[in-house]
Structure formats: C-alpha cells, structure tokens
Design a protein around this ligand. Structure first.
Ligand SMILES: [Zn+2]
Length: 417
C-alpha cells in the first residue's frame, strides 16, 4: 500500500506534489497581512476554497502534461487575469468578484513561492544535500512536501473551483494558447489526489525518515524563519506581494508603494558567510513585479565595503523573464572576512511589461561574527527574508513544486502581453 501511495503521489500525476506546502503558505501568509480591507476579504471563511484552489491551480498543468500550468505560474498570465477582474468587478468586491480576487491571490502566492523557494532555499540545498538526494536523482520538492506535512499536519483538498470559461478566454486572448475546461479540471483532480496522498505519506514514520535522509539540510530548516527561502520567510513575502496586487486591483499601474518586497540577509545581519562559491553567501532582493532581465546587469546592484570601495558583484534574475528574485554574488569569489557591507539598488529596474522602479533600496550586512557567535552564523540573521516581521513567530507551509526550466514560449517571451 505504501509503495502504491508513493507511486500515486510521486508518479501518476507527473508533477503533482508540493501542494500541501503551497496551501500552507497561503493560509499562513494571511497572518502577515495588516488589518484592513484586503485582510478582511482574504480571511472570509467562504473565500478560503477560492484562495486554496488558486494556490493549487498552476501545478495541475504538470499533472496532465499541459502547458497551461506553467503559464499560470507567471505574472504575464496573472496580470491578464488581474486586468480582467479590474474590468469586471470593483472594490469592495461584494459580488463574485471576491471569488476571483481570492483565486488570483492564490495563483500569485504559488508563483512567488516557487520563485523564492528555488532561488534561495533550493540553491542552498543543492550544495548542502549534494551528495545525497541531489546525487541520487531524488525530488527535493516531493521530499520537502512530505516532511513539511509531517511537521505542520496534513491538509484536505478544497472542493474544486476555477474560473473555467474566463481562463479559456484569457489563455486564448492574452497568450494565444488553447486549453479547455476539461483539461484544467483533470489537472485539479490530480492535485487533490496529491494532497491526500502526501497527507497519508506524512504519517508514515519510515517514509518521512527516508525523505529526511535524502535531503537532510532541506528537511532540517523548513520551519526556520531565518533561512532564506524557508516557508516562514516565504509567508512574509507573499503577504507583501498580495498588498502590491491589491493596489494594482485598485488602479495602481506601476510598482506601487513598496517595489522591493524584501531582501536576504535582513538589514543589519551579522555573521554572513564569506564564500561566493557557496550559496549560503548569496544575497537576494525580491521585487513586487516580474522583471525584464534586459533591465538588469551586474551594476543593477551596488555593493560597497566599509572603506567605501565598490565590490564587483554578479546579478542574476533567477528564472529570467518575469521573475521577481535577484541573486547577487561577489565577483571576486568571496566576501571579505570581518567586513561591513552596504547594498544599494538604484532606481531603474523594469518590469516585463515596462513599469519602472523609481525608488532606490538599501540594506547592510556584515561578515563580522555576531555578538554571540553560534556554529551556524546564517541563523543569526534576524528574519532571513528581510521582510521586517519578527522571525519565527509563525510556522508556514511551503511550495515544493517547481518549474524545471523557463519555457521559451511564455507570453512575455512571445510578446503577446
Ligand atoms: Zn508550482
């Protein structure tokens, strides 16, 4: 029975794992929303199924081998949906517009979570767990989903809902892509199977132990808010992203009031690792709209040491077109030991659809040991995502499903949006 379940969760729906943790991220990101209309709306009990269905939806395409899912991960499609909602429904959404807003926020949670998790957490796991799960060809997404379900409890799939007719039209009009409602419904079905299957697996001690053996580092840090890209870290960023999208629903067309959602390390972090060849030393900046990589170069981020000298860096838009995360590494090979650094992002980054960030962003970090040294200095960074909220207050779930590669046929790449 166990093997059958493993097969069902891991293989039958080709990519249908990670759903449990995706759901946890959305539910717990709600706790990071400030009081106000958005929180009032998204915490409405009757809207939870819409938020959860939206959170699941993108991975359904993998389960049935249809590209609608990959497309639904990204802001070009999500922005088309946002534009449709803007045209059809007005705040405070006391009609069915509320269902669409909740579904949109679910999609957005999923997309940003995948990007943040992969850019930060997966990159670190690839080194820490290199000799085990990665060398063995195992799936970190699947392992972390089951382990996380064991940590925070299994989930039940919501009753299926998605905006079928609207999406058939939007995929066709905004992306020139044909998909029918039956295909999307089949995808949703397999995601529900995955949630149920992962829930069962997470209660099998030997199964959880095997996944922990495969990915010991990734398994050990899932609930650690101070590790960049961990579920608590992601919850903070998703809540901030939701606020940016809320402003866009009300008519904001630029990056909004908070173009920079966060950074890692958190401002003022001490004891940051020095070695560039090790991903623990990576810096990250997350922005509120998908970026145009053509607007990003190695001078898009300026790092200065305590003597005021520029420190050359490499700047990479993780996943490229329409992605939200910049990964920054020292070009020389390492940060200097016992040194304070300032990181500046000048104005000028552009979104995939031409909006510009008009403000600068700054944070600092240091490779000096923290006042009370610990064996794992990375944990000394308060709030690894840099979102500003106190770290470790809430335990979240995390997205495990990730894209294998950026498709060449994304809407942005094909110029359709
Ligand atoms: Zn995904």
């Amino acid at each position: 029975m166990l093997l059958g379940l493993l097969f069902m969760a891991a293989s039958a729906p080709a990519s249908a794992n990670g759903q449990t943790t995706h759901a946890w991220i959305s539910v717990h990101a709600l706790a990071h929303l400030p009081p106000g209309e958005l929180r009032d709306l998204l915490t409405r009990e009757d809207l939870e199924p819409y938020l959860l269905n939206g959170t699941m939806f993108p991975d359904g395409g993998y389960a049935v081998g249809d590209d609608y899912g990959e497309r639904a991960h990204w802001e070009p499609f999500q922005s088309a949906y946002l534009g449709w909602i803007r045209g059809q429904h007005d705040a405070p959404y006391d009609d069915e517009g509320a269902q669409h807003v909740a579904f949109l926020m679910g999609l957005a949670s999923h997309g940003l979570a995948d990007q943040v998790f992969d850019a930060m957490y997966m990159e670190r796991s690839k080194t820490h767990d290199a000799a085990l799960g990665w060398a063995e060809g195992e799936s970190m997404d699947e392992a972390t989903d089951v382990v996380y379900a064991q940590r925070v409890g299994p989930r039940e799939p919501p009753e299926e809902w998605f905006p079928g007719a609207v999406f058939v039209s939007l995929f066709a009009e905004a992306q020139g892509y044909t998909v029918n409602e039956e295909t999307m419904s089949e995808g949703m079905f397999w995601l529900s199977v995955a949630i149920a299957g992962v829930g069962v697996l997470s209660e099998q001690e030997d199964v959880v132990a095997e996944y922990e053996r495969q990915f010991p580092w990734a398994s050990a840090h899932l609930t650690d808010a101070t590790v960049p890209g961990s579920p608590p870290c992601e919850g903070e960023l998703v809540a901030l992203y939701w606020q940016a999208l809320w402003a866009r629903l009300q008519g904001e067309d630029g990056f909004g009031e908070r173009p920079y959602l966060g950074n890692a390390p958190a401002d003022g972090a001490m004891g940051w690792p020095t070695t560039a060849s090790h991903p623990d030393a990576l810096l990250h900046v997350v922005v509120s709209r998908g970026l145009a990589p053509s607007s990003v170069s190695d001078t898009s981020v300026v790092v200065t040491d305590e003597a005021g000298q520029d420190v050359p860096v490499t700047v990479r838009v993780f996943y490229g077109e329409a992605s939200h995360v910049l990964n920054i590494a020292p070009a020389s090979g390492a940060w200097a030991a016992d040194t304070d650094y300032t990181v500046d992002v000048p104005p000028g980054l552009l979104s995939f659809d031409g909006a510009a960030i008009e403000s600068a962003h700054r944070f600092s970090f240091s490779t000096r040991p923290p006042p009370e040294p610990t064996p794992e200095p990375i944990k000394e960074a308060p709030g690894g995502c840099g979102g500003g909220a106190a770290a470790g207050l809430v335990v979240f779930g995390l997205s495990a499903r990730r894209r294998r590669a950026r498709p060449a046929h994304s809407a942005a790449a094909s110029g359709k949006v």
